[in-house]
Design a protein around this ligand. Structure first.
Ligand code: GAR
Length: 213
């Protein structure tokens, strides 16, 4: 039987679309691999599949859409208030396609975790899988990868690395096949990284770059 401490971590998940990474978290919580509870899922876009996945799992959801008249800081204040109400220990950016400012990040110090489908220092921003595939077709790379990292500031897809895995990509492989392998890899890596993040103090984790390679 799991102790109270093992099941006490509260995870909030920020999403923008499909929710494949959210589903990986929900499945790992459901089958006991992840000693945590998803306490809320918030999307910046309405009616996305990720919200359906959360509802199916019985998890509270919220939509915080950017208003045409508000600044990024004003948006982040509204988002922060929604997430803070869930009292999370960990905030996971699972395909959340906005850059967060300190007004949000400072509310959850050393607790915001992002997953990005590229190796540290490579291909920040959107469409990283497509860009890695295109470079491979041009003979410019033989592998890409996935990283899970803390989000300390407004840097795009940068921060102390919690876990990394390499994924090979070959000339001639279809984008669909490569994307499927990348998504499989990221779902596994995110769960492993969160299991370790929950089990070990942050001070130790930040020195364990490339642990899962
Ligand atoms: C995932 O591939 C995730 O790594 C990526 O967006 C996708 C969301 O898919 N994130 C980034 O590119 C962050 N810069 P999902 O909604 O199925 O989890």
């Amino acid at each position: 039987m799991r102790s109270e401490a093992r099941v006490s971590k509260r995870i909030a998940v920020l999403v923008s679309g499909n929710g494949g990474n959210l589903q990986a978290i929900l499945d790992a919580v459901d089958d006991g691999r992840l000693a945590a509870r998803v306490v809320g899922v918030v999307s910046n876009r309405p009616a996305v599949r990720a919200l359906q996945r959360a509802t199916t799992a019985g998890v509270p959801t919220a939509v915080v859409e950017a208003l045409p008249v508000e600044t990024r800081v004003q948006y982040d204040e509204r988002l922060r208030d929604v997430v803070e109400a869930w009292e999370p220990d960990i905030v996971v950016l699972a395909g959340f396609m906005r850059v967060l400012s300190p007004v949000f990040l400072d509310a959850f110090p050393q607790a915001v975790v992002n997953i990005h489908p590229a190796l540290p220092g490579e291909l920040p921003g959107i469409r990283a899988i497509e860009r890695a595939h295109a470079q491979a077709q041009d003979g410019l790379r033989t592998h890409s990868g996935i990283m899970v990292h803390l989000v300390p500031d407004e840097g795009v897809d940068t921060g102390p690395v919690l876990a990394v895995v390499e994924v090979a990509v070959s000339r001639g492989e279809s984008l669909a096949d490569f994307a499927t392998r990348m998504h499989d890899a990221e779902h596994r890596l995110l769960v492993r990284a969160l299991v370790e993040f929950i089990d070990q103090p942050i001070a130790q984790k930040t020195h364990q770059h490339l642990r899962f390679r």
